[in-house]
Design a protein around this ligand. Structure first.
Ligand SMILES: [Zn+2]
Length: 877
């Protein structure tokens, strides 16, 4: 599963725009995914499997008007190990009307979260049984309707399921845990004009003359886990294709038919790459990718039938700034990692997500080349090493739904663990390990130790310490590296110290550190095994190296502090063969802010062959921030690669000089790329002037692909934070609330709440937000609820409190909880100021009292000092 990015396009990753765990801020900067939350404090484990579930047939008739289902689930199973008198299945709010069983039933109950069948006599272990449960449900989670009654377009009605992590149980009864694997069959009855997709193979498609409904029957022949069961039904356009004999399809809402092919290209090449790289053929009967509206995630790897967000579809005018390759590769890699081998419980989710993330990166290495791959690994590493996170990758104290595991630890850090193993063993030996692992554990749940044992068996090396420090403990090494050359002995000395704070959670690391020396003698790589907190290493070289690079192949997850001399850095900057070397030199020069920094790097913005070096130079000039830096940026806006061009405009957008605004305003009518126009529009609020305000408001009227520019305008208005913008935004919302997509309308509503937070009369805004808080489209309701929190109006608190408990799904409940928090903080802020003012007054008052008292004391003292000593005092002496 992939997170949905806040904004699709990225600045620096460019062709990795859906590398969804990188969140993108309003200015297109890549931020690391949020670190995993604190969890729950409760250790969680896989549940018991009292019975082996063998096969499940889910027969569903959806009611698109009522957004409910009438269904029956037929389950075959065998008790495991001992007699069983009760079958307990997960099932949330399923209204069970009858149960038929092969063994005599004593009774059944359906509670808020379970369906419990009690048998007359205990069932014998190993003996197959069958039950059929007939029920209805109106799922708030797990199965989502998209209908015209909710504000979606006519002719695009559909529904889709989303099971991961614990949401399958909202629409069918099952042991809803990844440690149970079974074969499944989904039958769905739909009216004319609709089609149905599910896991596996289409067995039949039959119209029932009396109901007028057509039943599609799909069967998944190999076992998988309940969270991977998929049902998608409705009105779709289908583009079919083939990879060898494997049927492929891109399935999209009819309105997006023209975008499907371009946006989802590359699937065949990925299949060929993964089959070869993994030495394990694609396991399932077909591979379909289905795009749905307002999907909660970027993508979901349902077995043989992936679901994707419609936000991955894009047009050619985005140039290199958008691509679905990362998303498509990630979900396709899951068809092996997650679907063939499945994490036993959510504590070890990295066995799904770390692998999918890494094999996406490996495909990109194959597709775009090694340099691109190193840049990607470096960016991911930089995101991970920004702060020390003591939480380990393998973690049991998760929230009940374990959604907190879907963080940069399972994904990016997990991918980095694999990257270090592959860098250490080399691609061939590493590949052997992964092949053996897949073959040995196919169609089974796996734990981290299964992988560890295959690594040890295949390589002969011990991996206990590696797994202990990287998977069962948190953090990463912070290394301070120093270097010196001794001309007399011809020895290069490299000193390495581990400076991270060592705790019970973050260990002293044992890692290999590669250092590369380049000089007249050529290139020499040395691997230093760092076993201690501080170590010195010596290397004999024929002459003094001209360049010294630490971890040149980006093979170690560490924060490295290395400050070689200016001469070494300038040589690195001039090394046209080493792109990452130039990136690091540029970054360092910007950080040091020496007087000639702009002079040293600005030339690369025009001449460097590598787009990401130019993009990094633009970022560096932004950081330097001088007039000279701005001049260099303004002279380099004609970047042919959109990724570098956007980085330049993004950098110019951070300057407040009038010349910066001049360049931005002049570029707007000429720039065709919507992502770059977006970047420019979002930077306008830095220049609060009538013309920038007019430009922002113009975006509210604009028509663009997926309302991209409307969104940019709204973001700009929010950043401008000016009360005079409330009225035009309010009017624009009223005018366009019917035609805007849910996400755009939601963001506009929340911005409106924010802008109106200091108004004396909040009534009109409050009324509009309250109206949309119950909008049937989740993204609209979520935006309105968020806006109610930002409005800071105590009158809506009871409404929000009600929604936090009783909203129909988790999205809305979580939005309401967050809104209450924002509201309370907003209310408290003025209170806190009042409180502080009180304290200051108190202090001033007591200060005055003290001063008065001092005065009195002083006067008394003076009086005493001038008074003649009493006669009796003399006597006592
Ligand atoms: Zn994933």
């Amino acid at each position: 599963m992939k997170r949905i990015p806040l904004l699709l396009a990225t600045a620096a990753l460019g062709v990795l725009p859906l590398h969804a765990e990188n969140f993108i801020c309003a200015h297109g900067h890549v931020h690391a995914a949020p670190a995993a939350g604190p969890g729950s404090g409760i250790r969680r484990y896989a549940p018991d499997r009292r019975a082996d579930l063998l096969h499940l047939i889910i027969d569903v008739t959806p009611d698109f008007k009522q957004r409910s289902i009438a269904a029956q689930a037929t389950l075959t199973f065998k008790p495991i190990g001992q007699p069983m008198d009760e079958l307990r299945l997960n099932g949330v709010d399923l209204q069970v009307s009858s149960v038929v069983s092969s063994a005599k039933l004593k009774g059944y109950q359906s509670t808020a979260d379970e369906v419990v069948l009690t048998f007359d006599k205990p069932l014998l272990p190993g003996v197959e049984q069958k039950v059929t449960i007939v029920y209805t449900a109106t799922p708030g989670e797990g199965l989502y309707f998209r209908t015209p009654e909710q504000g979606y377009k006519e002719g695009e009605t559909h529904l889709y399921s989303q099971g991961e992590t614990v949401f399958a149980r909202h629409w069918f009864p099952v042991l809803d845990s990844p440690n149970e694997k079974l074969t499944t069959e989904v039958v769905c009855h739909v009216p004319d004009g609709m089609t149905v997709f599910a896991n596996g193979k289409l067995l039949s498609q039959e119209k029932n003359a009396s109901t007028g409904l057509t039943a599609f029957r799909w069967k998944q022949e190999k076992p998988h886990s309940a969270y991977l069961v998929s049902l998608v039904a409705g009105q779709f356009a289908v583009v079919e294709d083939k990879y060898k004999e494997l049927p492929l399809a891109f399935i999209v809402p009819p309105g997006d038919a023209a975008l499907a092919k371009k946006s989802l290209d590359g699937t065949k090449e990925m299949l060929a790459f993964f089959e070869k790289e993994l030495g394990y053929p694609y396991a399932w009967e077909k591979y379909y990718q289905i795009v749905v509206r307002d999907f909660q995630w970027g993508g979901m790897e349902n077995t043989s039938v992936t679901t994707l967000t419609d936000r991955t579809l894009h047009t050619a005018e985005y140039e290199t700034l958008r691509s679905s390759i990362s998303l498509v590769a990630h979900e396709l890699a899951h068809q092996w990692f997650g679907d063939v081998v499945t994490c036993k419980d959510w504590s070890t989710l990295w066995l799904n997500e770390g692998f999918a993330t890494y094999y996406d990166a490996l495909f990109q290495e194959h597709f775009y080349g090694r340099e691109h791959f190193l840049y990607e690994r470096w960016q991911v590493a930089r995101g991970l090493t920004g702060t020390q996170n003591p939480r380990p990758i393998v973690y049991r104290k998760t929230a009940a739904d374990a959604l907190d595991q879907f963080s940069n630890l399972s994904y990016q850090k997990g991918s980095w663990v694999l990257h270090m193993l592959r860098s250490d063993l080399g691609p061939d030996l590493y590949r052997q390990v992964i092949q053996t692992y897949l073959k040995r554990y196919q169609f089974q749940p796996v734990v981290t130790e299964n992988l560890l044992s295959v690594f040890e068996e295949t390589t002969g090396k011990s991996f206990d310490q590696f797994f202990d420090q990287w998977l069962y403990h948190g953090g990463h090494p912070e290394l301070a590296v120093d270097y010196a050359w001794d001309e007399k002995t011809g020895l290069a000395r490299v000193g390495i110290r581990q400076t991270q704070k060592i705790t019970d959670e973050i260990l002293q690391f044992r890692v290999p550190v590669t250092v590369r020396f380049k000089g007249d003698f050529g290139t020499v790589d040395k691997v230093f095994q760092l076993d201690d907190l501080a170590q010195d290493f010596h290397v004999a070289l024929p002459s003094a190296p001209k360049i010294v690079r630490v971890d040149p192949e980006i093979a170690l997850l560490a924060k490295v502090e290395f400050n070689p001399s200016r001469a070494l850095f300038d040589a690195q900057l001039a090394d046209t063969a080493d792109h990452m070397g130039r990136v690091l030199a540029v970054e360092k020069i910007a950080k040091d802010k020496q007087a000639d920094a702009v002079k040293r790097i600005a030339g690369l913005l025009k001449t460097d062959k590598q787009w990401f070096v130019r993009a990094e130079v633009a970022k560096a000039l932004r950081q330097i921030g001088t007039d000279e830096a701005l001049t260099a940026l303004r002279a380099a806006t004609d970047q042919p690669d959109a990724r570098a061009r956007r980085a330049v405009f993004d950098a110019i957008g951070s300057f407040t000089q009038p010349a910066a605004l001049e360049t931005l305003i002049a570029a707007l009518p000429k720039e065709k790329n919507p992502d770059i126009r977006d970047t420019i529009v979002r930077s306008l609020p830095r220049h609060p002037k009538p013309e920038t305000r007019a430009e922002l408001l113009r975006q509210l009227e604009s028509k663009s692909f997926r309302e991209h520019l409307f969104d940019a305008g709204v973001a700009g208005l929010r950043a401008a934070d000016d009360a005079s913008l409330i009225k035009p935004l309010h009017e624009a919302i009223l005018k366009r609330e019917k035609d805007l997509e849910g996400r755009s309308l939601g963001q506009a509503l929340s911005a409106l709440g924010f802008l109106a937070r200091n108004e004396t009369d909040k009534t009109p805004v409050r009324d509009l937000l309250l109206k949309h808080a119950s909008n049937p489209r989740d993204p609209v309701a979520r935006g309105a609820i968020t806006g109610l929190g930002e409005l800071v109006d105590l009158r809506v608190r009871p409404v929000l409190a009600g929604l936090a408990v009783a909203a129909p799904n988790e999205t809305r409940r979580k939005a309401a909880e967050a809104a209450i928090k924002a509201l309370d903080q907003g209310v408290k802020a003025p209170e806190a100021v009042t409180g502080l003012r009180g304290e200051v007054l108190e202090l001033q008052k007591s200060n005055k009292d003290l001063k008065a008292e001092m005065e009195t004391l002083k006067k008394r003292f003076d009086a005493m000092a001038t008074r003649p000593a009493p006669a009796d005092a003399k006597k006592k002496k």
